[in-house]
Design a binder for this molecule. Structure first.
Ligand code: COS
Length: 394
């Protein structure tokens, strides 16, 4: 039986001392290894292979995968605190393992059969397997339940046909979680099932990597299924018609995680803004002494602290097993909009320099724009929040 509430099957938190030393190690890795390479990665659109190996060695690919399957089994608050730490550098670095710890593995963690867990989770946790999540299509974005990709029963398996669009990490993926329609007579969510499809399955073709506004080094492309045949045991949980719910549960957790990442990026942007404002002199003094600059700093600091509080409080509730669909949407909505405003102020405080690529804020300004769009737009988050409010009200 697939649980309604996406908390089932998640790792329990690891002990606080082990977690603290892991967090310190990640913070050091971010400051010493990732931050110095940000500019290179933005210019070359490539994260060096050696760095990916270091990420594997640190356990970053398995942060959220239960310990029994080789992951670190972080609790949700712990995951969010790591997300905040990872937010201190270019989001493209997190993207390298982001699908393995989020949308590319959690469908299996929540709803997979034991055999599916044993087959995929250890490799996803070590980084040997890269997971990717195929929901969006050329004509299907926010209205995810109307997806058109078909999975037709054929013999003892299914045949997949359709195109998935803007699929993060698809160019490197070994296994796709694919949402496809198994019931052609059911046009909505109930006709959708989720499949685990190996990337080397005949009939899968990848589009060319898209050129993006920001987050250079993180790659997305189309995944095209043309009579791609999968066995019956590729169906997640072995139950048809549950794929949309699996996707929604995965996104609930992902949205909370993204709230953490946005908060971390905002903290970094605020540090950049304070340092620049204190060093930059105009009218005979540091611009940090001007009250209009101070007002921008104060707004950013306050909003960032509010996001951190919301994200951590929501994570703790989820660790207690509560349903946090509304709160996770609030986290994603508030934190992604917040970091957009913080990035805008950071550029403003930097003045002309903020428009020049030598300064980190120019890059982050482009990078953060995606946060308001992927894993559900701000508009969709508002819709989810309001729906949940009305549902709670009976
Ligand atoms: N957890 C568990 N189940 C959920 C759920 C959640 N968070 N959200 C919805 N469901 C279930 C519902 O309970 C419903 O089940 P029943 O049929 O048994 O009643 C089913 O899923 C359909 O839900 P709903 O009727 O709410 O679907 P809608 O089509 O009206 O809308 C939204 C759902 C708009 C919220 C959804 O399509 C969505 O999140 N869209 C954005 C997609 C997205 O984030 N894309 C980003 C790219 S993927 S990285």
């Amino acid at each position: 039986m697939i649980p309604e509430n996406g908390t089932c099957g998640e790792g329990m938190a690891i002990d606080p001392e082990t977690f603290d030393s892991l967090l310190r190690a990640i913070e050091r890795f971010v400051a010493e290894r990732l931050v110095p390479l940000e500019d290179d990665v933005d210019r070359t659109d490539r994260v060096p292979d050696a760095l990916v190996e270091e990420m594997k060695a640190l356990g970053l690919f398995g942060l959220t995968i239960p310990e029994e399957f080789g992951g670190l089994g972080l609790g949700i608050e712990q995951e969010v605190r790591v997300a905040i730490a990872l937010g201190q550098t270019s989001p493209a670095f997190r993207s390298i393992f982001g699908t393995n710890i989020g949308i590319g593995s959690q469908g299996i963690v929540f709803d997979g059969t034991d055999a599916q867990k044993r087959r995929y989770l250890p490799g996803l946790a070590s980084g040997e397997i890269i997971g990717s999540f195929c929901l969006t299509e050329p004509d299907v974005g926010s209205d995810a339940a109307s997806l058109k990709t078909r999975a037709t029963r054929a013999g003892d398996g299914y045949v997949l046909n359709g195109t998935k669009r803007y699929i993060t990490n698809a160019p490197r993926a070994n296994v796709f979680t694919v949402m496809a329609r198994t019931d052609p007579d059911e046009p909505g969510a109930r006709g959708v099932s989720a499949f685990l499809v190996d990337a080397d399955t005949p009939g899968i073709r990848l589009g060319k990597p898209e050129r993006k506004m920001g987050q250079k080094g993180a790659h997305v492309c189309d995944v095209v299924f043309e009579d791609a045949r999968v066995p019956a045991d590729a169906l997640i949980g072995g139950i048809e018609g549950q794929g949309f719910k699996t996707a929604m549960k995965v996104l609930d957790r992902g949205r909370l995680h993204m709230g953490g990442v946005c908060t971390g990026v905002a903290q970094r942007l605020i540090r950049e803004s304070v340092a620049y404002a204190m060093g930059r002199r105009q009218f005979g003094r540091a611009i940090s002494e001007f009250q209009l600059v101070q007002a921008m700093l104060a707004d950013s600091e306050t909003e960032c602290a509010a996001a951190a509080a919301l994200v951590l409080a929501t994570a703790r509730r989820r660790d207690r097993g509560e349903r946090v669909t509304k709160e996770a949407a609030m986290c994603k909505y508030f934190a992604s909009e917040m970091v957009g405003r913080v990035a805008d102020r950071a550029v403003q405080i930097h003045g002309g320099a903020g428009y020049i690529s030598d300064y980190a804020v120019e890059r982050f300004y482009r990078d953060v724009r995606l946060f308001r769009i992927y894993e559900g737009t701000s508009e969709i988050q508002k819709l989810i929040i309001a729906r949940e409010m009305l549902r709670e009200a009976g």
